[in-house]
Design a protein around this ligand. Structure first.
Ligand SMILES: *Cc1c(COP(=O)(O)O)cnc(C)c1O
Length: 389
């Protein structure tokens, strides 16, 4: 049976070049970068090279990149580190209702510890209004954290304008760019970003390695305490092979960016156009203008996304309902809810995300399978509810 993976926003396969770059660091080149003999120096050099590769992808300086264990840790660190470092200045944080749980649950934790958090609304396309951000700022606001690209609907936020507002009010601006990295050109200096979270496994690198960009001059408290690794900013013996893999993946992402955007957006558009031509009662969620190049978030009216997902899985197709992180729960997606999409429609929503390995044949197979699935499930639901549409 054909296997089609359309869940690149959940994770990506590791590219061969990335794996090849990593392999020696599991075996011959195992030195602890903090040790003082030559095998350790090789590890240290490898980390420095990877740091430059990641920095180059986003227009940062090498010293502004600190490796973490994942995107989640980078989000936790940015928010908790800023909250602690600036607690004498204020206790107010502004974020949005559509953030990844790594950000939302960190904010909820801080609320239990005396911080006030404003969760900004978004419009029907999932965009934050810069004016709404400005209106929410108080003299206690110490941090603004707004994601770059939403992981469920693929909406790109007006990060530059939002960062400018933060700067005007002298407030730190953090963005979770896990979905943006490698899918859109990012220049942190041009955008005016103070802190930015990244993760390797969303850009064809390994799982378990991420990074936080911290602009030179920004001081936040440490999150992990221990040794002097990562310029004393993040303790713990480095994930050497992971860091090397992240560096290689970042280099490839930079070199392939335009080709990647062209390839994925063409396949994404093919999927959307074919689905709309062949299946009735389908809605696209998110912005068509400001959109992740590989994201198609579609609502199929009158059916359950979970039923579709299982049926597609039986046909070798991997997609997700809402976000991967909440796919085990049946609570409607907080992102689609914030976009004012009715609950019945949320339940009929699937996220398809294409990537570098996706082909036109994959898309055509998915559309023809979807058509059968949708017809079958709509028949069942019309029989069981005894009402047509
Ligand atoms: C995947 C993802 C994360 C979490 O990154 P991990 O490296 O898996 O911890 C955070 N934010 C967004 C937007 C993501 O898509």
């Amino acid at each position: 049976m054909r296997q089609v993976y359309l869940d690149y926003s959940a994770t990506t396969p590791v590219k061969k070049e990335v794996l090849d770059a990593m392999l020696p660091y599991f075996s011959e080149l195992y030195g602890n970068p903090s040790s003082l003999y030559s095998i350790a120096a090789e590890s240290k050099d490898a980390i420095a090279a990877a740091r430059k590769q990641v920095a180059d992808l986003i227009g940062a300086g090498e010293k502004e990149i600190t490796f973490t264990s994942c995107g989640t840790e980078a989000d936790n660190w940015a928010v908790m580190g800023a909250a602690d470092a600036l607690k004498n200045k204020g206790n107010h944080i502004i974020t949005t209702k559509i953030e990844h749980h790594a950000l939302l649950h960190t904010c909820e934790f801080l609320e239990k510890h005396g911080y006030d958090v404003t969760y900004l609304d978004v419009d029907k396309e999932g965009r934050v209004a810069p004016a709404a951000l400005e209106a929410a700022i108080t003299d206690k606001t110490i941090l603004i954290s707004i994601m770059f690209i939403n992981n469920e609907v693929g909406t790109i936020e007006p990060v530059k304008e939002l960062a400018q507002i933060a700067k005007k009010h002298n407030i730190l601006f953090h963005t979770d760019a896990v979905q943006a990295l490698g899918n859109i050109a990012i220049d942190v200096k041009e955008l005016g970003i103070d802190m930015m979270s990244m993760s390797a496994h969303k850009i064809y690198g390994p799982k378990g390695i991420g990074a936080l960009y911290i602009r030179k001059g920004v001081r936040i408290s440490n999150y992990l305490h221990g040794g002097a690794q990562e310029n004393k900013k993040r303790a713990g013996t480095e994930n050497l092979a992971g860091i090397v893999g992240f560096g290689k993946a970042a280099e490839l992402a930079g070199n392939n960016l335009q080709a990647h955007i062209k390839h994925t957006s063409a396949l994404r558009d093919r999927l959307i156009e074919k689905v709309q031509a062949e299946i009735d009662h389908v809605y696209i969620n998110g912005s068509m203008k400001h959109r992740h190049p590989g994201n198609a978030n579609l609502t199929f009216e009158f059916i359950e996304g979970e039923a579709m997902l299982l049926y597609l899985d039986m046909n070798g197709i991997a997609v997700s309902t809402g976000s991967a992180c909440s796919s085990a729960s049946l609570t409607p997606s907080h992102v689609l809810s914030a976009m004012d999409i009715p609950v019945e429609r949320i339940h009929g929503t699937l996220r398809f995300t294409v990537g570098d390995m996706t082909t036109e044949e994959d898309i055509d197979y998915v559309v023809s399978t979807l058509k059968n699935v949708v017809n079958k499930l709509r028949e069942i639901s019309s029989v069981s509810s005894k009402k047509g549409w």
